[in-house]
Write a protein that binds this ligand. Sequence first.
Ligand code: ATP
Ligand code: MG
Length: 431
Amino acid sequence: MSKTLQAVRGMNDILPDDAEVWEQFEDIVRDWLRSYGYRPIRMPIVEPTPLFKRAIGEVTDIVEKEMYSFVDALNGEQLTLRPEGTASCVRAAIQHSLIFGQPRRLYYHGPMFRHERPQKGRYRQFHQVGVEALGFDGPDIDAEHILMCARLWDDLGLEDVKLELNSLGSADERAAHRAALIAYLEGYKERLDEDGQRRLHTNPLRILDTKNPDLQDIVEAAPRLMDFLGDESLRHFDGVQALLKDAGIPYRINHRLVRGLDYYNRTVFEWVTTRLGAQGTICAGGRYDGLIAQLGGKPAPACGFAMGIERLLVLWQESGFIPEPLTPDVYLVHAGEAAQRAAFRAAEALRGTGFTVTLHCGGGSFKSQMKRADASGATYAVVIGDDEAAAGEVSLKPLRSGGEQIRIPMEILPETLADRLLELEDDDGGL
Ligand code: ATP
Ligand code: MG
């Protein structure tokens, strides 16, 4: 016998109980994004490989070792499963002239792919909600993004989420800092790990982002980028902080926060929690003023952020969110040919009035159908036997509360059910 096939390692099925929680989350997120004036955009999952090399940077973890890249067997094109959404979103905005003469507030969500070592909170297919504001240059939009996040955490009732903030300055300021950083790190060359040695002259800022515990004391004492920022960068950073203070959002400046993607400048931020172990960053973002031009667009400033849905959902449940099972209002039980036809009519009439109805399919005795009705969690069973069918009637049987089964004409089923459900709601509300 052949071996059963399994999903690819690090890529998860999301089964119905969980998928319903995902949908509830997505509903909240959609309302939240609309309330800030953001509009949806959907990009392909596969993009030309050079897009990510150019946007994210050749010397980054993502491009060096995490991308799922392949050659299109039909035309030889180099393609990659997107590891993140910003590059695609900017590519789409340029391609369709979205920011011509007006700034844009955009969002997307969907799967991203990175070939990492799978562990709790770290997968090879994971999902992000991403937000991008294209064509905005002031600190106001940076602050808006942070305020938005804070509101979502509040809407979700998340606990123990903290904001870390830094400024990466401009390209020139980073170049000056880079020289000082290389000189400093040269002094510790022997102690650097393989990545560190290799990046010392290609991308030393990345070394500050290392997760290697043996290097923490070195990077802790390294020259700070903040000390190389000029007036304009400092003013921008102060502007962001003033708005955060106004809004009462606490934060910590983390001088080592550099982000794993090369396109960032000025404001960068991460929302972190201590509740998820090592994978504690639930959301990250910042400004990327150079990216649009770098990808061939007319120069325009921008900033954005992305959150990891898997990590957020775990934190949501850790913070006390209890998913409510979504159960139908009615499970429709029927036996006999005439009853089946009546059952289809009754089910459609109920759905047309807005009720959720599971119609029993696959036959079986009344007894076995009633078992299914109970297991479905439905509030009522509607029962149609030969008798009822012949009389143009249905029986309505409460499943979750006491109360008698009643027999009524089929035409008044929707209104009767509506009355009964209202009564139940009142009882639940303790009125
Ligand atoms: P990390 O430092 O955890 O590797 P990152 O800096 O690579 O994160 P970003 O590229 O900024 O992550 O992505 C934004 C968010 O997406 C992260 O903060 C995290 O919540 C989530 N995320 C990133 N990679 C993964 C992954 N492999 N599995 C699950 N979630 C992820
Ligand atoms: Mg990463």
